[in-house]
Design a protein around this ligand. Structure first.
Ligand code: UTP
Length: 278
């Protein structure tokens, strides 16, 4: 059972400066909800009820968002605006915990910094700046991955086909097809040159990780950009055991970039907000 989800939110979000000078980028709103709330809701729909955040700075805004604001509740009581808090109130029964990544040494290091929140359990990871919206009638993207985990009991990474001239922005896999949309990973490269990429199957910000990843991360030397790369640890896990890559059913917006953020805003406004779904 996957009961815990880790949110690495320590990055500086430099592409959004100055908006992210005093605020984590995960608190930027897509229409009326911060990015991180979409991530938490997706995980909650996958049956997860314990959320851990690896923060560096701007911790307060995220912690405050998932806490009751008695002053605010009191001041809007009877104003008809209470229902605007319904979605966040629903999450309040869950457990939220926070830890710090004391040095910015990459995503692999951020996940290792979350060990004290996760322990020796399989767990999910959400990079909240990737907004994932499942196709209608489907489980949430993380929900689809949890189902696969329950079947295979192995690390599962979410992948998406991207245009060949964009592969340099991503971790990219090579894999043996197992069944429709599912691959056994044989190779993985972080941000390859377009011409060197083993495929156009790009890793996106959703993972189910088995707990042996922590031991592997402890042994992983800094790689590209001097950072401890999750991709390097996953490749080791794939070589020693088994890592599966899953082409999820849904849409994904790269909200860590301005273009992706604007696309997501327009999409959510037209398809969810105007229809009264959020
Ligand atoms: P990004 O590569 O998007 O970096 O990190 P960033 O700092 O957030 O954004 P830019 O590029 O400066 O605009 C991917 C994810 O990994 C987390 C980030 O918070 C983000 O969710 N991360 C990255 C950490 O938590 N710690 C790190 O040391 C690096």
């Amino acid at each position: 059972m996957i009961k815990k989800c880790l949110f690495p939110v320590a990055g500086y979000g430099t592409r959004f400066l100055p908006a992210t000078k005093a605020m984590p980028k995960e608190m930027l709103p897509i229409v009326n909800k911060p990015l991180v709330q979409y991530g938490v809701e997706e995980a909650a729909q996958a049956g997860i009820d314990s959320f851990g955040f690896v923060t560096g700075r701007g911790k307060r805004a995220i912690a405050d968002h998932f806490d009751i604001s008695y002053e605010l509740e009191h001041s809007i009581k009877g104003s008809g605006k209470e229902e605007l808090l319904t979605s966040i109130r629903k999450l309040m029964t869950k457990s939220f915990a926070f830890t710090r990544q004391n040095e910015m040494k990459g995503l692999g290091h951020a996940i290792l910094s979350g060990y004290n929140l996760i322990g020796d359990n399989p767990f999910a990871v959400v990079l909240a700046d990737d907004l994932c919206l499942a196709d209608e009638g489907q489980d949430s993207v993380l929900g689809q991955m949890v189902k696969l985990y329950n079947q295979f009991r192995a690390t599962i990474i979410a992948i998406q086909e991207v245009p060949q001239d964009e592969v340099h922005k991503y971790g990219v896999i090579a894999g043996e097809p197992m069944k429709e949309g599912l691959y056994r990973v044989t190779d993985m490269v972080e941000k390859p040159k377009n011409e060197d990429a083993p495929s156009n199957l790009a890793i996106i910000g959703r993972y189910i990780l088995t707990p042996d990843i922590f031991d592997i991360l402890r042994e992983t030397k800094p790689g590209k950009n001097g950072e401890i790369q999750l991709t390097d640890a996953l490749l080791k896990q794939a070589q020693d055991g088994c890592v599966l890559a899953y082409k999820f059913k849904g849409k994904r917006f790269d909200c860590g970039s301005i273009d992706g953020f604007v696309d997501a805003t327009n999409h959510v406004y037209e398809n969810y907000y105007k229809k009264g779904l959020i």
